[in-house]
Design a protein. Sequence first.
Lengths: 410, 521
Amino acid sequence: MKSKINVGVIFGGRSVENEISVITAQQAMAAIDTDKYDITPIYISKQGRWYTGQALMSSDNYKDMNRLYASCDEVYLRPVYGDNRLYKVRKPLFGSDVAATLDVILPALHGTNCEDGSFQGAVEMTGIPYAGCNVLASANGMDKITMKMILAQSGIPVVEYAWFSDKEWFDRREEVVERVERTLQYPMIVKPADSGSSVGITAVHDREQLTEAVENAVSYSKRIIVERLVERLKEINCSVLGDYYECEASVCEAPVRSGEILSYADKYLGGGKSGKTGCGVKQSQGMRSTVREIPACLPDAATDFIRATAVETFKTLGCDGVARIDFMIDEATDNIYVNEINTIPGSLSFYLWEATGVSFTELTERLIDIAFRRKRDSSFKTTSYKENIFNYTISGAKGAKLGSKSGGKI
Amino acid sequence: MNAITVIFLVCYAPLWFAAVRYDTQMFQQNSYRMSRYARWYRRGNDWVRAVAIAALAAASLLPFVSQTEFCGVAALVMLLAAWRELRTVYKLPIVYTMRVRRLFITAALLTAAAIAAALAFAPRYMPATALGLLAFPIVMSAANLLNRPVEAAVARWYYNDARRILRSMPDLIVIGVTGSFGKTSTKHYLYRILSEKYDVLMTPGNFNTTLGVIRTVREHLKPHHRVFIVEMGAKQSGDIREICDLVRPSIGIVTAVGEMHLETFRTVENILRTKFELIDSLPADGFGVVNLDSAPIAANTATYRCPVASYAVDNAAADYRAVNIAYSPAETTFDIARGNETRTHYTTRLAGRGNILNLLAAIAVADRLGVSEAMQKRAVRRIEQIEHRLSVKRTAGGIAIIDDAYNSNPAGAKMALEVLREFRTDGGRRIVVTPGFVELGARQYELNRELGRDIAQACDMVVIVNLTNRDAIAEGLADKAFPDDKIRKVASFAEASSYLADRLRAGDAVLYENDLPDSFK
């Protein structure tokens, strides 16, 4: 009877991409090698409650959420370091209240409250190893403003931008508009700094559109970023897999879009009117539904530049696991910019890695290995404050304690 | 049963608890081995015993003395004695494991039965019986005897559980580490180096017995562990074979064969054979690593199933040799020569030749398991000193403390003194604080005298702790004409600390060599 590593696959979440992540998780769970790993599916509802149960593994069950919840156990993790047990909320009269013991967590959550470090922070409290970026990289990757600031500082090309907070907008709208217009030229693109999946994003060509777009964006976030809109735009995505020291880039892809920007519909519902995939995709297959060109048809120099920059972006932000970096090629100038990074990419970008020669199963295995390695590396960084059993005072030195209660260094 | 008897019994209970707790504590420190405990007991005499025996004597005067008065006085004396004992702070206090609790329960039942019997048949002698039971560790020993079948069954259950867990992980690489000294350090270094590549579990702290290993397996071993490092200690022949039967190592390290625990082993040959039970147990496709600087190991001509690599600093015949060793106050650097190739520039914060040997052992295994040179160097550079094992600290007041307080032995002390001698003190004094070594059987006096001589040549001042080896060390110091006014004799480490507290100045270096459990005077 071989002991298997128990992987907790966590998906759902209180974000606009809750359903998308269900798809990501289903795909990942199907790919994990069950000879080596046991899978515990954990779903976080839109209300933020956690559930586990075998019913979560079949996508049909998500049509009737109430029934799904009824057939699962509501569970929780205790934020106690070293406690890797998933506890049942409703304690059974007899027997254990432990639903599962998790050896490692594979987050398959997207968007706010999921990809921005909040979930990662919660898991850090427990000490359970988890795949993907840590709190720092997640937070910076999620916020378009800090991401651009960090990359710009490191010499990685990003488009020009301006940013402000929602309250600043409410209080001093004229000033903000003037500042934006001074920094950038129309056309621009307005985005909430930290939402995912094209929600709240609008292209604007004049002041009126700008104002309207910002009014829309502030309902999604406290921080707003306005960027120069690249009109003749070619989008290229590239995924990176590894850790903050050693990582590799996948092949590039060029997603095809139906409008000015890749919309929610484009991404998940299989394209617009001219559906190359054929009419009416019945069930969304997540990122798989997007029409895409893999590998992207680009000159070699561009491909090399993108792949190298993707790796540099990944390392600069201190990422781990698998991330997808979205680039923009301004076809007017042939300049290439980093647009944004997705630290938990839809479908874990498996299709990019399959095209690169890494199977989905291998991808999941590497993610789990990276999780364990990070935990291992961190365990050597902890400074424990040891009580020094030898405490001395120097005579005549105002009672200075020689013992290193404060961790006196050499 | 009258009021005075009740008062007597009520005052007796705390003393009973204090006495049984003390007996059990010392039994625990002697690894629950009756023979070891008996030997320890024969050596010492405690005030608790003295008081109890006195009470026993007093009780036998009972027919001639009024019982009420006697019980009254006895009650007060017992309370006082219990109070004193329960307030004593021990360096190694008792640990209330399940076994200890079972022992207490049986002991309580036995005592109750004895007292009840006394009350039934000879009520006048009940106080005498009660106190008599405490004069010697009768209650604890009897309880231990009665509990033996229970303990055996419990131990067997845990053993089988641990075995089941280990067999469910066929890909686990098990590495055994043993030796008279250096095994804990080697284990730590090996853990650190292998962790660059693998998820490693090691037996924690001093869990180097079969029971310790069983606990580690049941409580800490997880499916994602790829390597399991098992430190194997031996208090007698067959101990290591027992652990090997359970964990089935494929790689084994023997760090040294030296003169430790000579009381039980009697000869160095026995020690060698016991340590090499580890290498014996390795399969043909396994791998052994041994320290060729350890004379008994170098002289060993036996052959083994698996290939065995050797390491050394001095012995040129070794497979792995540390060369070009350079010590500076901040770090130590060395190169590793293996066959025709030399790998240069390993740096570490560890001090002392012993630690370099331990690193060599770990690196030999790391090579075997495919850890690259870059990974090895990264790990070696980052290895933290282990507290109490020749670790060097500088206090805020500029005093250097060389802490070698853990289970010392003659060879380890020589290395520590070497470090003290070569330590840069910028005009400060070199001071040694030590109680000497124990458990050296017939050679104890001689080896401690030699320690005294070594100390005389390495420092400016020495503080001898405890009675046990005081004379031997003093004589060694006198052999080398060490000035008397630079020798201080104290009864405990606490006393040594307060003595030095007023006298140390910035720039001084103090070496703490060995520390004895409370069971030693």
